[in-house]
Design a protein around this ligand. Structure first.
Ligand code: AMP
Ligand code: GLY
Length: 433
């Protein structure tokens, strides 16, 4: 069987790598792909990005099933285009992708369906937004309504930052349409976790839990990034919290979308804030929805899939996810992102990457911002590689990953040396499911 994965990041490489291990798959095309998704006979890049061209390609090559990685093609309606042509694709429609592509839509949806989230108001008028900030006080969170490639959220520690964020978003149009409306919300405290599920419109199959590290530098300092590393499972999500998240957040979301006439299909990612402490009733609130898997969360999650992921995907597109299961490796997987010089500003491209160590049974290097130029691998984006390893404990996965990181060389590489620190706290070791 031939499959197509749309996207070019580390998430897509990990997804294609896992799918290529299905005994029923003999080719996974990746469009447009990266320097790592060219490998061997099983993975092949396709230099196409438009939905119509991709649909033509799928028909021409006899591709059985397409999976979409990133949010941009989903928000642009690639699933609608494929479905209109009777092609099998896993992802949300353009309307359903609004859960990610419009923060205002997502917040109004959550309020309407009783899904716990931070208190908020939406503004288009800067004067009213400034007045609301003065009334609420700081800390406070300012979010651009639309997709802003990770640049649309400001967690303002004081009023000055909050007002400046409103001016930047509503005032000078620096985020274009994405910033034409802002959501201003209560600042939540606690620990974040990523909860990703597969949805077929009605049924839900949860993936393994994960946590990522959004800040550039050790100790969660420095600017926000797309994510500098991740691990799975997230020890904070005990079986009790897992059950509550399904009951209080995931199932009401899927049922709410169906009731609103926009059934949700695809991966659904709930970014959660779990209140501090160990009270089993502590608040769990939804910070955001993404209409896709996380990057880099997908890399460790895919390392832990032991069963045939294609089975689950087929059930997902047929609407029979209630009959699907995924067997998870009980070990921890941990991924360390190596980023290019000057990431997350304007990353430098074109640095030569020295030959990479070969993947092993328990360590794989997923590519993101890489390209092959005359047989030589070079950097071509902000996040370049994600070195991902399995281990019997967080500590062992981490040691294995960092040993491989040491063997990866390119000029200007940046990475954090403390990925997984939260999961290594003594309190977390006890609660690990
Ligand atoms: P979002 O794109 O909505 O996930 O926001 C990006 C990051 O901003 C989140 O991962 C959090 O670290 C932070 N954040 C978003 N909303 C809030 C909130 N209401 N309170 C505290 N931090 C937040
Ligand atoms: N790692 C966070 C995200 O994919 O949105």
């Amino acid at each position: 069987m031939k499959l197509l994965v749309i996207g070019s990041g580390g998430r897509e490489h990990a997804l294609a790598w896992r799918l290529a291990r299905s005994p029923r798959v003999h080719k996974v095309y990746v469009a447009p792909g990266n320097g790592g998704t060219e490998e061997g006979d099983l993975l092949q890049n396709v230099p196409l990005t438009s939905a119509e061209e991709l649909a033509d390609f799928v028909v021409r090559e006899g591709v059985s099933l397409t999976v979409v990685g990133p949010e941009a093609p989903l928000a642009a309606g690639v699933v609608d285009v494929f479905r209109a042509r009777g092609l099998k694709i896993f992802g949300p429609t353009r309307a359903a992708a609004q859960l990610e592509s419009s923060k205002d839509y997502a917040k109004a949806f959550m309020v309407r369906h009783g899904i716990p989230t931070a208190r908020y108001e939406t503004f288009t008028d800067p004067t009213k937004a400034h007045a609301y900030i003065d009334e609420q006080g700081a800390p406070i969170v300012i979010k651009a309504d639309g997709l802003a490639a990770g640049k649309g959220v400001v967690v303002a520690a004081d009023l000055e930052q909050a007002h400046a964020a409103v001016d930047a978003m509503l005032g000078d149009g620096s985020l274009g349409q994405a910033g034409a409306r802002v959501v201003i919300e209560e600042c939540l405290v606690g620990e974040e976790a990523s909860f990703i599920v597969m949805v077929d419109g009605r049924n839900v199959l949860a993936l393994a839990t994960s946590q990522d590290h959004k800040r550039l530098l050790d100790g969660d300092a420095g600017p926000n990034t797309g994510g500098m590393g991740a691990y799975s499972p997230a020890p904070i999500i005990t079986p009790e919290l897992h059950h509550r998240i399904m009951r209080e957040i995931i199932l009401p979301t899927v049922q709410g979308m169906a009731r609103d006439g926009i059934p949700y299909t695809g991966f659904l990612y709930a970014g959660l804030m779990i209140a501090p402490g160990d009270d089993p009733d502590r608040a769990i609130k939804t910070l955001e929805f993404n209409c896709r898997m996380g990057d880099p969360e997908t890399q460790p999650i895919m390392m832990r899939v032991k069963s045939d992921l294609l089975d689950a995907l087929e059930h997902a597109v047929e609407g029979t996810l209630d009959q699907a299961d995924i067997v998870w490796d009980r070990r921890t997987a941990l991924g360390v992102v190596l980023a290019a010089h000057n990431y997350p500003g304007t990353p430098r491209s074109g640095d030569v990457i020295a030959p990479l160590p070969a993947d092993t049974e328990d360590c794989a290097i997923f590519h993101a911002g890489t390209r092959l130029e005359d047989g030589q691998l070079k950097t071509s984006g902000g996040r370049v590689l994600c070195v991902t390893a399995l281990g019997d404990s967080v500590r062992m996965a981490r040691e294995r990953a960092y040993t491989a990181v040491d063997a990866v060389q390119f000029d200007g590489r940046q990475y954090r040396t403390d990925i997984g620190w939260r999961a290594l706290r003594p309190s977390q070791q006890k609660t690990k499911p």
